[in-house]
Ligand binder design. Structure first.
Ligand code: SF4
Length: 401
């Protein structure tokens, strides 16, 4: 008798279910940063206990529709997940453990504001199973932190990193922003140097984006604040790329660097265009061939999640919008996301298996042209952007898709 014939139909179904990432959106912040357009709210601390119950219910509804769904990453993002108490995080993790098949080596990350991580709380996080922390450092310049209306200063960041280490968590990320009004290249270099000095396993560097509805955009648009010109912002990025490379960090995505084998497994799932569940107000998910977005308002979210209901997976009562994604769009999205992966790129063999498409044949002329101009390369069976190609990725994608 073969091994397969000993499996029940349920076992076979579970075995074939692809592993998912799980994102949880915690939409609360103590204060609002001046550049932030995320779905997050201040002065709503009073409803956090009801929100945690609602989030657990959303998790339960999803898991009842797909019992034992394999999960290999859990990411608490926001907002400020570190506003939740250890017992609230415990309740959420318990709900996940009871409804999903969480892999023993699953990556479990908490986004945190440096203010919130004292020694006691960070030890509790470790005991709960968090082995990765993502800290919103943003800058080492106090004047820039003030411009952003961040709650923390450098002293908080140092205390947070020390607490993380003391708790025995060695895997942590620092987020930084460049291209800030009045920021000079030396200002940026000093911020990045200070970040490197803290020896994180991972760094995410983002150019400041002027999002509609934010004070930062209004100040720049009305001329109250200047932006560094594009050449200066490119120089900051180029300098960071060289510096981090010299420090032994690997760039594996356009905006992300890590120590060897410390890639964010959760974010890799997005960039590989593989399925992820997303829970919480405003969260975006991609599962069962469907992209969906939850409604934005935390109060409405809580109101709609009062009881368990059966659903057409993954469409819970808090989904506001959804669309079934056809294969052609999935392919285009896979190319778009894959080109962000600066080392892995788009593995052509995998692409053929997944979409039954021979990209080298179908886009021969385009690929040849960009390879000849030095913007694309094919190495180890993968199509990748070169360093120069990262600055013209939109044009490449347009022609490729
Ligand atoms: S802490 Fe993060 S999510 Fe909250 S307002 Fe600031 S940038 Fe936005």
């Amino acid at each position: 008798m073969s091994q397969d014939s000993q499996l029940s139909p349920g076992d076979v179904l579970r075995r074939e279910e692809p592993s998912h990432a799980l994102y949880l959106h915690i939409p609360f912040c103590a204060t609002k940063c001046t550049y932030c357009a995320f779905n997050t709210y201040t002065q709503m601390e009073a409803i956090i206990p009801s929100f945690v119950k609602a989030l657990c219910l959303e998790l339960r509804i999803l898991s009842q529709a797909r019992p034992g769904l394999p999960i290999h990453t859990v990411y608490f993002g926001g907002g400020t997940p570190s506003l939740l108490t250890a017992s609230q995080l415990h309740a959420i993790l318990d709900q996940i453990a009871s409804g999903y098949k969480v892999q023993p080596d699953a990556e479990i990350t908490l986004e945190a504001n440096p203010n919130d991580l004292d020694e006691g709380y960070t030890k509790e996080l470790r005991a709960l199973g968090f082995q990765r922390i993502s800290l919103g450092m943003q800058s080492a310049q106090e004047k820039e932190l003030r411009l952003f209306a961040r709650r923390h200063g450098n002293a908080h960041l140092l205390r947070a990193v020390s607490a993380i280490r003391q708790a025995g968590i060695h895997n942590f990320n620092l987020d930084l922003i460049f291209g800030i009004p009045h920021q000079s290249l030396p200002d940026w270099q000093e911020s990045l140097q200070q970040a490197i000095h803290l020896n994180p396993t991972h760094l995410s560097l983002y150019a400041l984006s002027l999002e509609p509805g934010t004070p930062m955009r209004e100040w720049v648009m009305s001329g109250q604040l200047p932006l560094p010109d594009e050449a200066n912002t490119v120089a900051m990025y180029e300098w960071a790329t060289d510096r981090l490379n010299a420090e032994g960090y690997q760039q594996y995505e356009i905006s992300n660097w890590c120590r060897p084998s410390y890639e964010s497994r959760h974010n890799l799932q997005y960039w590989r265009n593989l399925p992820y569940l997303a829970c919480g107000p405003g969260a975006h998910g991609w599962a069962n061939g469907v992209r969906y977005q939850n409604l934005l308002s935390p109060r409405e979210y809580i109101d709609r999640l009062r009881q368990t209901v059966s659903i057409d997976f993954p469409l819970t009562p808090v989904v506001a919008e959804h669309e079934t994604v056809d294969r052609k769009t999935q392919l285009a999205e896979t190319l778009m996301m894959g080109l962000r992966l600066t080392q892995e790129g788009i593995p052509l063999h995998q692409l053929q298996q997944r979409f039954d498409v021979d990209l080298l044949q179908e886009k021969k002329a385009v690929i040849q042209r960009f390879c000849e101009t030095g913007f694309l390369e094919i190495t180890a069976g993968a199509l990748r952007l070169t360093r120069e190609g990262r600055f013209v990725s939109n044009a490449i994608l347009r022609d490729l898709i």
